[in-house]
Design a protein around this ligand. Structure first.
Ligand SMILES: [Fe+2]
Length: 422
């Protein structure tokens, strides 16, 4: 299969397009209309228009197709009930699979095409929302035969048939507030990102109650995904004052609220703040890019099937150390976390200590060995790990592009838990 991100011309253009010089000439900032709170789907009468009323005003046919999976189906049923009360005909498609395999996305699009909705509602975690975005493309554009060839420069021409509402049931991916969908090519074991401004959902509904049933390990894994998005997007060349403000506030919130949500999943306030932090980091990294945490994390996850959030989170200290020689932007992370130090070097040491202390508090592995990657398998797959990382779309956003040799060294240092010193 050919992928858009292996096209030599695009590989040259994308780093330039995301650079601060180009962004300084022309830049946009987009978000969905975000509704947040525990009373977004009131069962009784409401004195103000509800989110469903506002969504309904844009739907002449009032046909809603809900994409969900077996875990989030109960929440999708609650959303469907609210839509039906507002006069919608609904269909719930509950077969979304983890990682949004392309075959699964096609199946979703076929059901969507038969139902002919004018609104698509994704209710679930990142895979559900990403799969719904990709299925939406195929519904709108039956002429698209291969999702893997859609580059950020391909106009999708969406919204001729339907628009998109995202309702997250985890606090991690931020997909409800990004114009990115990551699907999976199961045959090649590769993640395929589709990034296009048109994929930004029109509405995001943040209902904290929908996240309280996440078990502790998932709470931590998704929470570390938020932290990786936020910490990795500040030093990128495409970041700006708006994305920085959101990312830095999100980092503070993760440090404050993730341990509480981990220890007590029923803590409604912690769940609410983490849901907000995930969306804020999503808005930030969706426009400034999450770089090497995700380039290396995507590659490792594709080959060893490790949890996305745990994997990208684990790389945070190593990639910050790798960025250190070429940028000072990471100093803002230290400031946000009240890290003291007399020099850049001291601040980096204390910043990494602070991140590792949070990881220890959350009982997550600090290196790839402890993540359970067998040494012989790690060595055997090194060539692919490096190639996939260097080709990953997130690599284009890095303040310090990696050579293949540097990439292999970061992997090996992260395996042993050694500080990156090159
Ligand atoms: Fe992520």
């Amino acid at each position: 299969m050919s992928y858009w991100f292996t096209d030599p011309m695009l590989k040259l253009m994308l780093p330039l397009m995301s650079s601060s010089s180009i962004k300084g000439l022309y830049s946009t900032f987009t978000t969905p209309t975000v509704f947040m709170g525990s009373n977004l789907l009131p069962e009784g009468p409401s004195i103000v228009p509800t989110p469903v009323d506002i969504i309904g005003a844009r739907c002449p046919k009032k046909r809603a197709f809900l994409v969900t999976d077996e875990f989030a189906e109960r929440y999708a049923a609650r959303v469907a009930k609210a839509l039906e009360k507002a006069g919608f005909a609904t269909q719930v498609w509950n077969k979304a699979l983890p990682e949004a395999p392309m075959e699964n996305v096609k199946e979703s699009a076929e059901s969507m095409s038969q139902f002919e909705p004018d609104v698509i509602v994704a209710v679930g975690g990142g895979s559900v929302m990403d799969g719904a975005k990709a299925a939406w493309i195929l519904y709108e554009r039956p002429d698209v035969t291969d999702l893997a060839t859609l580059s950020p420069l391909t106009p999708l021409m969406l919204r001729k048939k339907a628009f998109l509402v995202a309702v997250p049931t985890t606090s991690g991916t931020g997909s409800e507030c990004t114009s990115i969908a990551v699907v999976h090519d199961s045959d090649a074991h590769r993640k395929v990102p589709i990034a296009c401004p048109e994929l930004m959902p029109d509405f995001a509904l943040l209902v904290p109650d929908f996240t309280v049933s996440m078990p502790p390990r998932l709470t931590v894994g998704t929470g570390l995904d938020v932290l990786a998005h936020a910490m990795d997007c500040v030093p990128t060349p495409a970041s700006n004052e708006i994305t920085d403000a959101l990312a830095l506030a999100s980092i503070e919130m993760v440090f404050k609220w993730l341990p509480r949500a981990y220890r007590n999943g029923q803590d409604r306030e912690a769940r609410y703040r983490m849901l907000m932090a995930a969306s804020m980091a999503g808005i930030a990294f969706g426009q400034s890019g999450a770089a090497l945490t995700h380039a290396l994390g995507h590659s490792l996850g594709s080959i060893f099937n490790t949890h996305h959030g745990l994997t990208v989170g684990l790389f945070i200290p190593y990639i910050l150390q790798f960025y250190q020689p070429v940028t000072d932007k990471w100093l803002a992370l230290g400031k946000a976390l009240n890290v003291k130090g007399a020099s850049r070097e001291e601040i980096m040491v204390d910043l990494v200590k602070k991140v590792r202390a949070l990881f220890a508090d959350l009982e997550v592995p600090l290196n790839l060995k402890d993540l359970g990657i067998p040494a012989d398998e790690f060595d055997k797959n090194m060539e692919r790990l490096v190639l996939y990382s260097c080709e990953d779309i997130c690599h284009f956003f890095s303040p310090r592009p990696m050579t293949m040799d540097q990439c292999e060294r970061i992997f090996r240092y992260a395996y042993e838990g050694k500080d990156v010193d090159f």
